[in-house]
Design a protein around this ligand. Structure first.
Ligand SMILES: Nc1ncnc2c1ncn2[C@@H]1O[C@H](COP(=O)(O)OP(=O)(O)OP(=O)(O)O)[C@@H](O)[C@H]1O
Ligand SMILES: [Mg+2]
Length: 235
């Protein structure tokens, strides 16, 4: 397991938001965290990343405890994070965005590899990131995380606000990069989740309620309707 989270509890102010989140992420997989609005998906990623302190629970990355480490240390150890707002600099060019994300000592080869994965970015290298389409921005955000050389990537709802055709492109991009990096993906778009996911974990009311192989969830209509409100038509 590249990442293990055990019985995570996080408070925001006085609110007990996460009340027992557990997650096991095998290396080389895409694990999708599913759950309704407000279930605690983003809070889970932020807690793992060290952006909000958790009050209880264990977090292990590559066999080493990353609890209580500040976010920049977690990032240095090899965990990338693509927040919902993507965290890109709209007034800088695509190339500047990528170069800023590169660590000291990151080789130009890694940048070339990322540009091979996302030809859209190569074409737009000198464009301002603010002029990219929603789908291209999402690719830039993923590209920025990849050029750091991270081995685990946490991605929050990359499909949000994108047209269906762009969601397909993002699904394609994630399928491409999963050969390079282990991914934990928060996603409410079940089409995208099932297209790219190997494993799933459902969070409800701040708790992990069920986890397993994506192939099994697709068949489990009761679970889909109970926790995700996925109706026949959306499958
Ligand atoms: N700053 C905050 N202050 C108080 N409550 C918060 C704060 N941030 C989040 N919450 C609450 O924590 C719960 C979990 O929020 P979180 O953002 O993790 O959910 P989510 O599963 O990512 O939802 P969404 O699908 O809408 O992105 C929600 O009930 C939310 O209202
Ligand atoms: Mg969220």
């Amino acid at each position: 397991m590249i990442l293990e989270v055990e019985d995570l509890h996080t408070y925001i102010g006085e609110f007990h938001i996460l009340q027992g989140v557990s997650l096991k992420v095998p290396s080389g997989s895409v694990t999708v965290i599913l759950g309704r609005n407000g279930a605690g998906k983003t809070t889970t990623l932020r807690s793992i990343m060290g952006l909000i302190p958790h009050r209880k629970g264990k977090i292990t990355f590559e066999g080493r405890s990353i609890e209580r480490l500040p976010a920049h240390r977690v990032a240095q150890l090899g965990v990338g994070y693509v927040p919902e707002d993507q965290g890109i600099f709209t007034c800088l060019t695509v190339e500047e965005n990528l170069r800023l994300a590169m660590r000291n000592g990151t080789s130009g080869k890694l940048l070339e590899k990322v540009l091979d994965l996302f030809p859209d970015l190569r074409v737009a290298l000198r464009k301002k990131a603010g002029n990219l389409s929603g789908g291209q921005r999402q690719m830039l955000a993923l590209g920025r995380a990849l050029v750091t050389g991270s081995r685990l990537l946490l991605v929050d709802e990359p499909s949000k606000g994108l047209a269906p055709v762009m969601v397909e492109r993002v699904a394609g991009a994630i399928s491409q990069i999963k050969k390079e990096i282990t991914i934990v993906l928060v996603e409410q778009n079940f089409r995208l989740a099932k297209a790219v996911g190997d494993y799933y974990s459902i969070i409800d009311d701040g708790r992990t309620v069920v986890s397993g192989k994506m192939g099994e969830l697709v068949e489990n209509h009761e679970l889909l309707e109970r926790y995700l409100g996925v109706k026949q038509a959306a499958r």
